[in-house]
Design a protein around this ligand. Sequence first.
Ligand code: AP5
Length: 222
Amino acid sequence: MFVVFLGAPGSGKGTQATSLAEKYGLVHVATGDLLRDAVRLGTELGAKARGYMERGELVPDDLVVAMVMDRLSQPDAARGVVMDGFPRNLDQARALDRALRERGLAVDLVIYLRVPDAVLVSRLAGRWECPSCRTPYHEVSSPPRVAGKCDRCGQPLVQRPDDRPDTVRRRLQVYLEQTAPLLEYYREQGVLVEVDGDQPIPEVSRQIVAAVEALKRGGPRG
Ligand code: AP5
């Protein structure tokens, strides 16, 4: 099973991709997390990506596509993948389709999390995440059980530097210009399922699981 999460910054891709991957034993591939790891480790990729990420711009396709292809070629990816944050534009979507075709695979399901802009901005302002296992939290809607500590691994939580208001505005603009056209691309392929992401987290999860179960019964490709 190959599932892609699409949605604006703050729409809940990371939150939902984490729990979906856990439920079905799939591998969660989050390009933002891979890039932040590269920055933290000071790799060549991290050094090239850092400025783009701090400005809220997309990291160049050649770097991101190579990173994703490398991750998908690792043996655990054969279990099935939940992609979060990739593809981000039409060239990345076409590169993913080509790579999957070469393996006799295809994108089975694209979950689009639809959330109004005002909600996105307040979610990003209140977001905290675990720097170790990446679990996202929100100070109001999904606080950790112990303030400032990750429920899963106990690490102190941190805020992301690109959640500053001016960078958030740029990320939303980049999403509209470059990523939103993918909705039509995947709708034409018959794999897009739209979910109202402006509901409590468990309800969004329930609707996503329903879409996956429908896929397992033969839809939406039919
Ligand atoms: P990336 O890390 O992918 O960030 P993003 O797409 O901007 O998405 P976010 O992680 O901000 O939000 P999310 O949708 O995962 O929401 P979350 O679940 O955390 O990318 C960062 C940067 O890396 C990019 O700007 C770019 O520079 C680079 N990059 C990454 N991929 C790239 C690519 N393919 N090509 C080029 N460059 C790339 O939720 C947000 C908050 O809301 C949390 O606090 C959460 O607890 C809360 N929340 C979630 N769901 C709900 C709900 N239903 N109700 C209430 N609160 C909720």
